[in-house]
Design a protein around this ligand. Structure first.
Ligand code: DLL
Length: 433
C-alpha cells in the first residue's frame, strides 16, 4: 500500500475525518463560490447546520450543467493566481467543464494516483508506460504524476502511434501499462501483427479505465496479454483518475474515502438507494481546493459492494461502472447499457471483442443494430456458418438481456479502433437534420 495508515484506517476514524473535512469544505465553498452560496440559500441550508455525515443529504446536488454554466472558471474556489493546472472533461457534445488544481491539489492527486498504482500491485521497481493521452484529458498527466510519486520509472508516451507503443513496451521492458481497455486490445492486436507476443514480454499489470468495460473484456485482455488487468476509475469534475481503484483481488473498486464521499442515488427520485442496489454515483470532494464539487451527480451507474476486502483496505468498494445514464439505450422499453451487450458478446466464440451499437431510424421507428466483428480465424465467406453465428449472437442477447436486436457480423478490423475512449454507440437518427 502506498499510504497504509490512511488506507486501513478504522471506519470510525475515517468517518470523523470525513466529517471534519466536509464541514471545512462546505464553509469554504459557501464563502468563495457564488453558485454554491445561491444553491445553499435556495435550499435553506447553511454549512454550520451540518452536524453529522447524514446531514449531507440536505445539501443540494451539483450537476454537469452547473459546471457548464460556470465555464470556464466561475466555480473555482480560490483566486486564479493559486491555480497551477487546468484540465477539462472529455465531453464530446456541448460545452466541456474546466477544472483547476492548486499546487496542493496536484500533490494530493499524485498521492492518490500512486495509491492507485500500488493498489494494482505496482512498486518503485516497475516500469510504467503511460499511454493515456497527455493534455487537457486528465488520464496522461494524472497517471504520470502518480507513477513518479510511486518512484516507478515513468515513460510518458501518451496515446497514438500504436506500433511505437509496442516497440517501447518491448524495448524498455515495460511492466505496467496505463491506457484505456479498448486501446490495450489494439496494442495487443498490433503487437501480434508485428510478430510480437505480448505474453512473452515483461508486462504484468494493466491499469485500465476511462471507459466502461465488462468482466468478459477483462478476461479477454488478461489472456491475450498475459497480465492482470485492473479497473481504475475517476472523472475530471471530481479530480481525474485516482478516485477509486480495484486492488489485486479485483472485486470492486476501493473508493478513496478520505478524499471523496460516495453516495448512490436513484436518478429519478434523487433519494439514496438501499445499500447494495444500483443507482447513480454521487461524489463530494473533501480536500479539493481549486474546484471542490459538492454532491456531484456523475451520471455513472454502479452499486456498493458489501463486505470487507481481503487486502485490508477499509475503504468501501463500488462495483465496476456499468455505463452512464446518457449512454443507456431504451430498446422496446428495456434499459440496456452497451457494456451489457459487450458482456454477452465476450462469451461467444467466433466473435471478436470489437463492436458498436448503431442507432438509426426506419420511417418513424427507431432501430438498433449491434455490429460485431467475427474473429480473425473465422471464415467470413462461409455464408451458412455466418448465419448460424449471427443467430447465436442475437439469441444470446435476447436470452440474457430480454430484448431482441438486429445483429450484423462484420469482417475483422471493420470496426474503427480507438486510441482513447472507444465509441460504442453510433447515433445516426438525426443525420439528415
Ligand atoms: O476518464 C478520468 C480517467 C482517466 C479515469 C484515466 C480512469 C483512467 P473524464 O474524461 O472526465 O475522466 O471521463 C469521466 O469516464 O464519468 C465515466 O463515465 C467514465 N469512466 C472513467 N473511468 C471508468 C471506468 C476520465 N473505470 C467518465 N469504468 C466517467 C467505466 C469509466 N467508466
Amino acid at each position: 500500500m502506498f499510504q497504509p495508515e490512511l488506507e486501513t484506517m478504522s471506519r470510525e476514524a475515517l468517518e470523523a475525518l470525513q466529517l471534519a473535512r466536509l464541514r471545512t469544505q462546505l464553509a469554504r465553498v459557501y464563502v468563495n463560490v457564488p453558485i454554491y452560496r445561491r444553491k445553499f440559500d435556495e435550499a435553506g441550508f447553511r454549512p454550520e447546520q451540518l452536524e453529522t455525515l447524514a446531514d449531507l443529504a440536505r445539501v443540494p446536488f451539483t450537476v454537469k450543467d452547473d459546471l457548464r454554466e460556470a465555464y470556464p472558471f466561475a466555480m473555482f474556489a480560490v483566486p486564479q493566481r493559486d491555480i497551477v493546472r487546468v484540465h477539462s472533461s472529455s465531453g464530446t457534445t456541448g460545452q466541456v467543464s474546466v477544472v483547476g488544481y492548486t499546487r496542493g491539489d496536484v500533490e494530493r492527486w499524485s498521492d492518490l494516483m500512486a495509491r492507485t498504482l500500488a493498489c494494482a500491485g505496482a512498486t518503485a521497481d516497475d516500469v510504467v508506460q503511460v499511454t493515456y493521452g497527455y493534455g487537457l484529458f486528465t488520464g496522461g498527466l494524472g497517471a504520470h504524476y502518480g507513477s513518479e510519486r510511486l518512484g516507478a520509472m515513468t515513460i510518458p508516451v501518451s496515446g497514438g502511434n500504436t506500433a511505437r507503443q509496442v516497440q517501447i513496451l518491448k524495448d524498455f521492458g515495460v511492466t505496467v501499462l496505463a491506457c484505456t481497455p479498448s486501446y490495450a486490445l489494439l496494442i495487443a492486436e498490433t503487437a501480434a501483427s508485428m510478430g510480437i507476443d505480448v505474453r512473452e514480454l515483461p508486462l504484468k499489470i494493466g491499469v485500465f479505465g476511462a471507459e466502461p468495460w465488462s468482466e468478459g473484456m477483462r478476461k479477454q485482455i488478461e489472456q491475450t496479454m498475459g497480465i492482470r488487468a485492473i479497473d481504475i476509475y475517476g472523472l475530471s469534475e471530481v479530480m481525474g483518475p485516482g478516485v477509486a481503484s480495484e486492488c489485486v483481488h479485483q472485486n470492486g473498486l476501493h473508493v478513496f474515502e478520505d478524499h471523496f464521499i460516495i453516495e448512490i442515488i436513484d436518478p429519478q427520485t434523487m433519494l439514496p438507494v438501499p445499500d447494495g442496489e444500483q443507482g447513480e454515483v454521487v461524489f463530494t470532494t473533501l480536500t479539493k481546493e481549486g474546484i471542490p464539487v459538492i454532491r456531484y451527480r456523475t451520471r455513472d451507474i454502479s452499486r456498493m459492494v458489501p463486505g470487507e476486502c481481503a487486502c485490508g483496505r477499509t475503504f468501501r468498494r463500488m462495483e465496476r461502472v456499468t455505463g452512464r445514464t446518457d449512454d443507456m439505450l431504451i430498446i422496446r422499453g428495456v434499459n440496456v447499457y452497451p457494456s451489457q451487450i459487450e458482456q454477452v458478446l465476450m462469451g461467444i466464440s467466433g466473435v471478436a471483442p470489437h463492436y458498436q451499437v448503431v442507432l438509426d431510424k426506419r420511417g418513424s421507428m427507431d432501430t438498433v443494430e449491434v455490429q460485431v466483428e467475427v474473429s480473425p480465424d473465422f471464415e467470413f465467406d462461409e455464408i451458412r456458418e455466418l448465419e448460424a453465428l449471427q443467430r447465436k449472437v442475437s439469441g444470446a442477447i435476447a436470452a440474457t438481456l430480454a430484448v431482441s436486436v438486429d445483429v450484423k457480423l462484420v469482417e475483422p478490423r471493420a470496426i474503427q479502433r480507438s486510441e482513447g475512449k472507444a465509441k460504442r454507440v453510433v447515433d445516426l437518427r438525426n443525420k439528415g437534420a
